[in-house]
Design a protein around this ligand. Structure first.
Ligand code: UT7
Length: 355
């Protein structure tokens, strides 16, 4: 761990990258194995297709690719902490973040996984912000990456139509008050009494996987209707809280980047906040719900539309239940298209930077 540094005035976004795997699964592909239809999925969720990791492609592979793009976007600065938000680590033990850090050649940096399901990226960004503001760390690589194709039951039409795989990452570091890219306010919450709404029942200490474990216990499950209702209310409330703390009116928000679960949820959150739904960025139509990756992927996908100084409102809701929101302004950074294939990468893996 680096020596504690002077507490900075602010924390700013310095780089952003995203990665989606090449395998596309369309609604029509799902019609073949599920009792569903392209028309139903489009009208009830807004999703047209999603991406699935290739066989053998794990969360760390996607995380490292997105992170390498974020590091390139930031100009390969020195990193001293890696936080990986994920529900689908490569293995139950150990954490996946150290493997990603080593793969990127970052040296013996602090690295840990953070589990807050679809709220994971907002949670991780808030922790990175606090870590830099405290002076404990200088620059943090925050990654949201998930491989839900590994835990979703391909025959469950409640979940298989929604989820896809992907990764997104940002670099945040010390900056000046008012500098474009500044992270302003965060608001985080949980309600463990609703733990059954979204879960994988087996595989932990409560229900270890054994010969008696059923498919239903092993796979991800979600009570979609109840989650929908809670997600809308919670994201709107949390958003109001960070808007107030940032001193922003709803009309000041240039872009609403809400967790990409369902277009109807995004429209309702925007409506409750009095934000023009056209300011709610949509990426789910092409990648589905990518859980912890959804917010940084949506940011990377829409980055060409953002202008320096634009006011961004982030908000998410996920299993736990967990939810939260954050505000930032947009920095002058270059961001690669997350659809760019691995073999189109222009730079090799970054090499460790001298300290
Ligand atoms: O990422 C964490 C946060 N997650 C979310 O925010 C997800 C929130 N939930 C949702 O997005 C929605 O609840 C779903 C997309 C999961 C389901 O949509 P819904 O509009 O809530 O559907 P429903 O469960 O209320 O079902 C409505 C009807 C039912 O038929 P009847 O009883 O009205 O005849 C279902 O059987 O739609 C039927 N249905 C389907 N039909 C075709 C449910 N799923 C499907 C399907 N294809 N995939």
């Amino acid at each position: 761990m680096p020596a504690r540094t002077k507490r900075p005035a602010a924390v700013v976004l310095e780089g952003l990258g995203g990665y989606v795997p090449a395998g596309t699964v369309t609604n029509l592909d799902l019609e073949g194995r599920l009792e569903t239809s392209d028309a139903w999925i489009r009208s009830r969720t807004g999703i047209h297709s999603r991406r699935f990791a290739a066989p053998g492609e794990a969360t760390s592979d996607m995380a490292a690719e997105a992170a390498s793009r974020a590091l390139a976007s930031a100009g390969y600065p020195e990193i001293d902490l890696v936080i990986l938000a994920t529900t689908t680590p490569d293995h139950p033990c150990p954490a996946t973040a150290p493997a990603v850090a080593s793969r990127l050649g970052l040296g013996p940096v602090a690295a840990f996984d953070l589990a807050a399901v679809c709220s994971g990226f907002v949670y991780a960004l808030a922790q990175a912000n606090a870590a830099v503001l405290s002076g404990q760390h200088r620059r943090v690589l925050v990654i949201g990456a998930d491989t839900f194709s590994a835990i979703v039951n391909p025959l469950d039409r409640n979940t298989a139509i929604i989820f896809g795989d992907g990764a997104g990452a940002v670099v945040v570091g010390a900056g000046e008050e008012g500098q474009p890219g500044q992270l302003s306010a965060f608001d985080l919450h949980s309600d463990g009494s609703c733990t059954d709404l979204i879960r994988v029942a087996a595989g932990g200490s409560r229900m270890p996987v054994n010969a008696e474990t059923s498919d239903a216990d092993r796979y991800f499950s979600m009570q979609g209707k109840e989650v929908f209702v809670q997600a809308v209310t919670a994201m709107a409330e949390s958003s109001r809280s960070v808007l107030q703390e940032s001193g922003w009116q709803h009309g000041d928000v240039d872009w609403l980047i809400a967790h990409q679960a369902n277009q109807r949820i995004l429209n309702q959150v925007a409506g409750l906040l009095g934000i023009d739904p056209r300011k709610a960025v949509i990426h789910l139509d092409r990648v589905g719900n990518t859980s912890a990756a959804s917010i940084p992927l949506a940011l990377a996908d829409h980055a060409p539309r953002f202008e320096t100084g634009d006011k961004l409102l982030l908000t998410a809701f996920g299993g736990g239940t967990t939810w939260g929101a954050g505000t930032l302004t947009w920095p002058p950074i270059a961001v690669a298209d997350p659809q760019q294939a691995v073999n189109e990468r222009t730079k090799p893996w970054p090499t460790p930077q001298p300290s």
